[in-house]
Ligand binder design. Structure first.
Ligand code: HEM
Length: 369
């Protein structure tokens, strides 16, 4: 059924649901992830793929990743023996650093801005993106949202993040982008340049579009890293049908929300065998084809035209990060802890992560040469 929805009938299930929280956080649905299927969505998605993930930005992202990894390796090499490292936190920090530098040129989290910290703001945005009672039960829910304080939370949460994004854009506007070489331009420089003229298809970015792109990068690009057993977006982002159709003999009306249980599919023993719940990466050795395009037994990036635009680039970056950590260090449990003691529960709502962080002790690996 997932293949039907994400491939065979992808042209029908390629829109999104219009929730109150997403309306606010996406500047009235002008972003990519939560906007309905439209020519605007297509232009914005094309732009993110070419300007944030494409070859133009690859040099900068590779440079940032290599520099980050070098500094992590240096600092871990100086670690006293038996001192444990919170690997979950460290991994997330590397991703944040990378996304921020490539998108915004520097790590604005270190800039003293008024209001809550960057991490608090992003956690709150992820919570808000889950939607409200009013989104599920429009009439009664409207009052519940008002009196439960949810509407105020949305106003404050959006206001803080919006001010943060404004500050980043204002900072970029202080410099004349013509004086910056193409190579040194970050994503915000590039989209600001683009907003001054129409593109080849007659499309011109406005200020809200730029802010919505920044919001998608912040909310979509950071908290998402383990891919099969701990599918980061367990139900993907709900897809909405554009017209009447049938799935597995059932009639599906237009505007039906479809939630795909990517978490369940990725752990299904009828697909993955008896050892479905085990971490056994060798199972991928002889598999051909891409998940979400040709195969649907696991869908960490969704599938079809609404699949994650970082589907090709994100796994490469994650691979480089893990390969470096495994090449340079041997990792052991803190003293007294055994493999069975490891808590592998998922935590979170829209995006899942490890509920209890993974803490391990690194020892610099001694290569014979
Ligand atoms: C390992 C890392 C990542 C994972 C596992 C992941 C996962 C996902 C998933 C499951 C979806 C929903 C697909 C669907 O509804 O069918 C999605 C959509 C999206 N992701 Fe990612 N993502 C990752 C990294 C990123 C990064 C780095 C960015 C950008 C900076 C990003 C931006 C987006 C956007 C804009 C969408 C919406 C696409 C659309 O609706 O057209 N993601 N991602």
């Amino acid at each position: 059924m997932a293949k039907q929805i994400l491939k065979t009938q992808d042209h029908i299930f390629c829109s999104r649901e219009l929730f109150q929280a997403t309306k606010r956080l996406t500047y009235n649905f002008v972003d990519i992830a939560f906007s309905p299927h439209s020519s605007h969505w297509r232009e914005m998605r094309k732009l993110l793929v070419s300007e944030f993930m494409g070859p133009k930005r690859a040099k900068l992202s590779n440079h940032v990743l290599v520099t980050e990894m070098e500094s992590i390796i240096r600092s871990l090499s100086r670690y006293p023996p038996n001192k444990e490292v919170n690997l979950s936190k460290m991994f997330l920090e590397i991703v944040k650093q990378m996304v921020c530098k490539v998108a915004f040129g520097k790590n604005y989290r270190e800039q003293p801005l008024k209001g809550p910290s960057w991490d608090v703001m992003l956690d709150e945005a992820m919570e808000l993106l889950n939607g409200s009672v009013g989104d599920s039960f429009p009439f009664l829910g409207f009052f519940i949202d008002q009196f439960s304080g949810w509407n105020r939370r949305l106003n404050d949460g959006f206001g803080n993040l919006d001010a943060y994004i404004d500050a980043i854009i204002d900072d970029h506007l202080k410099h004349n982008t013509e004086e910056i070489s193409e190579e040194d331009k970050d994503f915000v420089h590039t989209v600001l340049d683009m907003s001054s003229k129409e593109n080849a298809s007659g499309y011109r970015l406005n200020h809200a579009d730029i802010k919505a792109l920044a919001m998608d990068i912040l909310t979509g690009g950071i908290d998402t890293t383990v891919l099969r057993l701990h599918t980061p977006a367990p139900l993907l982002i709900p897809h909405i049908s554009l017209s009447h159709t049938q799935i597995a003999g059932y009639d599906v009306s237009p505007s039906t929300a479809v939630l795909i249980n990517a978490w369940g599919i990725a752990r299904d023993p009828s697909v993955w065998g008896e050892n479905a719940a085990e971490f056994y990466p060798e199972r991928f050795e002889d598999l051909d084809g891409d998940f979400g395009r040709d195969r649907f037994e696991m869908l960490p990036f969704g599938g079809g035209r609404r699949s994650c635009p970082a589907m090709n680039t994100a796994p490469v970056n994650i691979g480089v990060m893990i390969a470096n950590l495994l090449y340079w260090f041997d990792w052991e449990f803190p003293s007294g802890m055994k493999c069975e003691d490891l808590n592998m529960e998922d935590g979170g709502t829209l995006v899942l992560g490890k509920k209890v962080p993974l803490c391990l002790v690194p020892t610099k690996h001694k290569w014979d040469d």
